[in-house]
Design a protein around this ligand. Structure first.
Ligand code: 5SP
Ligand code: CO
Length: 220
């Protein structure tokens, strides 16, 4: 079955001094979503941005804001990210404490809910969330930094989750994040992913290269 492939550039690899411009540039270059990595220096060993930056970026594009929260605790901040303009909020069960509650909370805010699994977390973790999630994200690197190498054995997890999704008959996106480039993107797509997050591979070469990079990641 062929499904449209969506590209969600991670702005972690953008020029942070010119973030608004960078978001407009990837929009013009044909990205589908904008992936925003939120890190707290506690759940992951890096600190990035908060809801104020998401709010400041919101007027720069109408594309879907795909917000990946790598923070613990997470529930305290869900309202703020929804109000800042997130369209999809994705949370880690590993960040605890209550993943089912977090998913319900996100949905109650009128925002799409995603669940993301670290490389060491089995697909089985999703069993009792399949009825509620709008997106499942497979981390193909350990979270915290851009520019890491793709962990090949996550392809098996993508294949397994693709089967789980198809079994539900629900319209659930299967996203992959970490080390996605022109070599690994086709593998992730073949395994069943339909949304590719790419930071390094989108922003490499500067604004003149963005459109080409996005087209190639999509397989065009
Ligand atoms: O969530 C994360 C890292 O924790 C990612 O979104 C990365 O920022 C992707 O970067 P590349 O591997 O594409 O450079
Ligand atoms: Co991410």
């Amino acid at each position: 079955m062929t499904r449209p492939i969506l590209i969600s550039p991670s702005i972690l690899s953008a020029d942070f001094a010119r973030l608004g411009e960078e978001v407009r540039a990837i929009d013009a270059a044909g990205c589908d979503w904008v992936h925003i990595d939120v890190m707290d220096g506690h759940f992951v060993p890096n600190i990035t941005i908060g809801p104020a930056v998401v709010k400041a970026l919101r007027p720069h594009t109408q594309k879907t804001f795909d917000v990946h929260l790598m923070i613990s605790p997470v529930d305290l901040y869900l309202d703020a990210f929804a109000q800042a303009g997130a369209d999809i909020i994705t949370v880690h069960p590993e960040a605890g404490p209550h993943i089912h509650r977090s998913v319900q909370h996100i949905k109650s805010l009128g925002v799409k809910a995603g669940v993301v699994l670290n490389p060491g977390t089995p697909a089985k973790m999703l069993d009792y969330l399949m009825d509620d999630v709008d997106l499942i994200l497979v981390m193909s690197v350990n979270p915290g930094f851009g520019g890491q190498s793709f962990i090949e054995n996550q392809l098996r997890k993508i294949e397994a989750i693709r089967k789980m999704i198809d079994k539900t008959g629900r319209d659930i996106h299967l996203q992959v994040d970490g080390g996605i480039d022109f070599t690994t993107a086709p593998k992730a797509i073949a395994a069943g992913a339909d949304v590719l997050v790419a930071g390094t591979a989108t922003f490499r070469g500067g604004p003149d290269a963005y459109a080409d990079n996005i087209r190639k990641l999509r397989g065009g």
